[in-house]
Design a protein around this ligand. Structure first.
Ligand code: IMP
Length: 210
């Protein structure tokens, strides 16, 4: 059997926004998602990979080695054409930290900085990317990826979601993530798409074992 009876999966993240989205999507399939914080982990590995996949693997492996339980990790980011090719991309979290160190705390500051920076640029193209890494109890590693193409708003819009959501409009359905409900976002988001692939994999796996 790949997962224990109560189907607990550990999420290799301290990000509460991500945890909520993982819980929401995996709950209907009977999975209980626990954060590494629930196991007393306060430290995080250095994410020095060059791709979302590499970083997702670094995080999953780090906590798998310590907990010896099925672990999922997510590495994600936003790519904003007008800021540079694939930028901030895998550096999305660090990029936000840097802006906050200089200009003040909170993503409102980061998002306002971006809007100001690309103010006159007609190219608003952007995309969220996500790679999920699953390490099963037996050490098997699998990846599930999702992309959410969209564009940057002209002003801060809404307070829903987290991070860059108040400045992101998803092309599919023209959904402003800062205004979207969790269900609306999960249906079209990068993480939602990657998670759908993960769920399909888990269901097939269980089907084969039953
Ligand atoms: P990670 O935790 O190293 O994967 O950092 C990903 C970063 O990308 C987050 O801290 C956010 O800044 C950004 N990000 C990824 N996914 C989302 C999303 O769904 N909404 C808003 N920001 C996101």
């Amino acid at each position: 059997m790949i997962f224990s009876m109560e189907k607990v999966i550990v999420l290799a993240s301290h990000n509460k926004g991500k945890l909520k989205e993982f819980e929401e999507i995996l709950k209907p399939f009977g999975y209980i998602v626990k954060s590494v914080a629930d196991f007393g982990h306060t430290e995080e590995p250095v994410e020095d990979g060059k791709t979302y996949r590499e970083n997702a693997y670094i995080k999953a492996k780090y906590y798998f080695e310590s907990l010896k339980m099925p672990v999922i990790s997510d590495d994600s980011g936003i790519e904003i054409d007008a800021l540079g090719e694939h930028f901030p991309g895998v550096h999305s979290a660090r990029f936000a930290d840097k802006i906050q160190e200089e200009f003040g705390h909170g993503y409102e500051v980061v998002n306002a900085w971006i809007l100001k920076k690309i103010k006159d640029n007609p190219n608003r193209k952007a995309a969220y990317h996500c790679a999920i890494c699953l390490i099963e109890e037996d050490g098997k590693v699998s990846y599930f990826e999702g992309v959410c193409p969209g564009r940057i708003t002209s002003g801060i819009t809404g307070t829903h979601g987290f991070g860059y959501d108040p400045i992101f409009i998803c092309d599919e359905g023209d959904i402003v993530f800062g205004l979207a409900s969790e269900e609306e976002k999960n249906r079209v988001s990068h993480r939602g798409k990657a998670l759908t692939k993960l769920v399909k994999y888990l269901k097939e796996k269980e089907g084969n074992l039953n």
